[in-house]
Design a protein around this ligand. Structure first.
Ligand SMILES: [Zn+2]
Length: 259
C-alpha cells in the first residue's frame, strides 16, 4: 500500500476514514514555500490546511486523525520528488481560525498544551526537540542529497560515514540549518574542518594548516589530510544548493586566524 500520495498533500486510503500521512513539498533554497509551516508561540510546529476551506476532504481526514489521536507519517520534501519520512507524529490541536493543525513530533511534545502562554524554558525545551526530531535530520538529508551522498573533500560515498557540516556553526547568526550553510563531509573531514585543521577558501580550494602540512605521521594524515591541500571541493550541481560565498568567506577568515 502506498504511504504517500504524490498528487495530494495527504494520503487517505479509501478503507480508512482518517489520514495516514501528510507532506510538505520541497522548496529550493531562496524560494518562498507555498504553505509556510511555522512554529507557534508555544514552540510547536503548525501544519497549514489545504486551501482555506476547513471542510476540504483533506482537512477533514487530518481532523479525524487528530480527533482519534492516531499516529501519522509526515513526509518532508528534501529535493524535488524526494521525501524524508518522520513518524510517528501526531496532530494535537485544530486551530480553525488560523487554518492549521498543531503537530507533535514525539511523545514528549504530545504532552505540551498548545496555546499562547509562553514559558521561555518550556519553549526552549520544545524547540530543542524540534531541532532533534526534524531540523537536524532534514538538514542532513538535504545536504547529502545535494552533494550526491559524497564527501565534498574526498568523495567518500558511505552514507553512514557522512555528515552535514555547518559552515557557520549552529547557534551563531547565519548558522541556520539551510543547504547553503551546509557541506557534505565525511566524519574525518567534518572534524578537521570544525577544528581548523583544514579550511575552505571562498574560491572552493582546500587549505591544510601550515603546521599540519609539516607533520609526519601515518597514512591517514598523509593521504586523508595533507594530500587534500590545494584541491577543490566538489560542488552540488544545483546552483542554489552551493555554499553561500559570504558564509564561506567568514568561516575562512576564522580558519586563517587559527592558523
Ligand atoms: Zn572526506
Amino acid at each position: 500500500m502506498a504511504l504517500l500520495d504524490r498528487q495530494r498533500g495527504i494520503r487517505k486510503p479509501a478503507f480508512l476514514d482518517a489520514a495516514l500521512s501528510f507532506r510538505t513539498r520541497f522548496t529550493p533554497p531562496g524560494e518562498v514555500p507555498p504553505y509556510e509551516d511555522r512554529e507557534g508561540p508555544d514552540g510547536l510546529l503548525r501544519y497549514k490546511y489545504r486551501g482555506e476551506d476547513p471542510e476540504h476532504p483533506e482537512n477533514v481526514a487530518l481532523r479525524r486523525a487528530f480527533q482519534q489521536g492516531l499516529p501519522l507519517i509526515w513526509f518532508v520534501g528534501i529535493a524535488r520528488g524526494v521525501y524524508l519520512p518522520r513518524y510517528p507524529v501526531w496532530l494535537i490541536a485544530d486551530e480553525r481560525e488560523q487554518l492549521q493543525f498543531v503537530v507533535a513530533l514525539d511523545e514528549a511534545q504530545r504532552l505540551i498544551e498548545p496555546g499562547d502562554a509562553v514559558d521561555p524554558e518550556r519553549r526552549r525545551y520544545v524547540e530543542r526537540l524540534t531541532r532533534l526530531r526534524l531540523h537536524q535530520p532534514v538538514f542532513r538529508a538535504r545536504v547529502l542529497q545535494a552533494y550526491g551522498t559524497s564527501c565534498a573533500i574526498c568523495q567518500l560515498r558511505h552514507r553512514s560515514l557522512l555528515d552535514a557540516a555547518h559552515i557557520i556553526p549552529d547557534g551563531l547568526p547565519q548558522g541556520d540549518p539551510v543547504v547553503p550553510n551546509g557541506l557534505s563531509l565525511c566524519k574525518i573531514h567534518h572534524a578537521a574542518f570544525d577544528q581548523n585543521i583544514l579550511g575552505i577558501r571562498p574560491d572552493h580550494v582546500i587549505e591544510v594548516r601550515p603546521d599540519i602540512r609539516l607533520e609526519v605521521d601515518g597514512p591517514m594524515l598523509r593521504h586523508g589530510i595533507q594530500d587534500m591541500h590545494g584541491r577543490t571541493i566538489e560542488l552540488p550541481r544545483e546552483r542554489s544548493a552551493r555554499p553561500d560565498p559570504n558564509r564561506l568567506e567568514a568561516r575562512y577568515e576564522e580558519f586563517c586566524a587559527a592558523a
